[in-house]
Design a protein around this ligand. Structure first.
Ligand code: AQP
Length: 329
């Protein structure tokens, strides 16, 4: 089986963007691939996190993975920091990466522009991501448009290392999702929906209650044309159509026809309703898991995941250390 690897940062509460852009698709691919899904806690501290909230978010995400349909018997689910080889390989790969390359990464430029004191970790983020992927000889990495540049960086680092030290890493390829969608902010449709957005009206959290979801969609920024049409001139409406299409499986034309002649109010409420139904069903499963008597079951999931991930990662790191010339035995 070909191997797929992906993760989500516990930098907040998962959003509809994380669900439609990542999780929903992971559920579909777990039958066809050897899937490894982790919680990217090491990555999340490249931006300041409150320790108590971070701790809660990590556990929440594990439960949300399962509530969204990931099956721990099919997929390897683990916490990144539990496999120390990620950080160790990251260090090695720092020495196959140039400062100039990292400085050109769009995510770094965007995130650092919002901060005064920029941390080395934020700059170095793509190298740790390369370590995450190369450690497991992943064949494919599901990446949204936003992460494509980082995956290219991973390939560059892997090829450079292989050229210097001999064939060590498999070169990963992007996995193009059949139902990929980039979900945009409800308040600024030119920006991606992000869990760390300072304006909670910009995103739908997988923990939002039905009335909150409806309010957020009603407040979604649209335009004054009042026609439900899929066009670049109407980015807010386009985003809502994408969301509705992802949730219901209806195609764009069907949706345009469904809402022909109706105003934005009815359209927004219908989209909100469909999203709320989906999110409430995830919350129901989450609430069943999130009980004190289930704590051990969840722990078992990530411990078992860590065991499998560690066994692959430790072999790979040993190989890398040997290639570099370190003494390994
Ligand atoms: N808006 C989105 N639309 C589609 N896919 C999305 N993803 C995130 N936002 C959207 C996908 O979710 C996966 C993991 O994301 P992440 O949390 O590790 O990092 P991120 O992409 O930076 O997500 P956020 O929510 O924007 O996090 P913060 O706010 O912390 O930076 C990826 O597969 C991503 O494509």
């Amino acid at each position: 089986m070909k191997r797929i690897l992906s993760g989500i940062q516990p930098s907040g509460k998962l959003t509809l963007g994380n669900y439609l852009g990542a999780l929903r698709n992971w559920v579909n691919i777990q039958n066809e691939y050897d899937c490894m899904f982790f919680v990217a806690d090491l990555h999340s501290i490249t931006v300041t996190q409150d320790p108590k909230t971070l701790n809660e978010n990590i556990k929440r995400i594990i439960m949300q993975y399962i509530a969204c349909g990931l099956d721990p018997n099919k997929s390897t689910i683990f916490i990144q920091s539990h496999v120390h080889e990620h950080a160790e390989l990251g260090w090695i790969l720092n020495n196959s990466t140039y400062m100039g390359e990292l400085g050109r990464m769009t995510q770094y430029k965007d995130k650092s522009a919002k901060q005064q004191n920029i941390k080395v970790g934020l700059f170095d983020y793509p190298v740790l991501m390369a370590a995450d992927i190369l450690l497991y000889d992943a064949d494919y990495v599901p990446v949204g448009e936003d992460q494509r540049q980082h995956l290219e960086m991973t390939k560059t680092i892997a090829k450079r290392f292989n050229a210097q030290y001999g064939e060590t890493f498999k070169i990963p390829e992007p996995y193009i999702l059949k139902e990929g969608a980039k979900i945009m902010s409800l308040q600024d449709p030119s920006k991606k929906m992000s869990k760390s957005d300072s304006n909670p009206n910009a995103y739908i959290s997988l923990f939002d209650e039905k009335d909150v979801i409806i309010k957020k969609f009603r407040r979604a920024v649209t335009d004054s044309l009042n026609t439900v049409r899929y066009s670049d001139e109407q980015p807010g409406i386009k985003n809502l159509i994408n969301i509705y299409s992802c949730i219901t499986g209806k195609n764009i034309q069907e949706i345009e026809t469904e809402f022909e002649g109706t105003g934005y109010g009815k359209f927004k409420d219908t989209v909100a309703d469909s999203v709320a139904n989906k999110i409430l069903s995830i919350q129901e499963k989450y609430n069943q898991l999130n009980k004190p008597e289930n704590e051990n079951i969840i722990k078992e999931v990530y411990q078992k995941g860590c065991e499998r991930a560690s066994s692959i990662a430790s072999n790979k790191l040993k190989h890398v250390y040997k290639s570099v010339g370190f003494v390994v035995d």
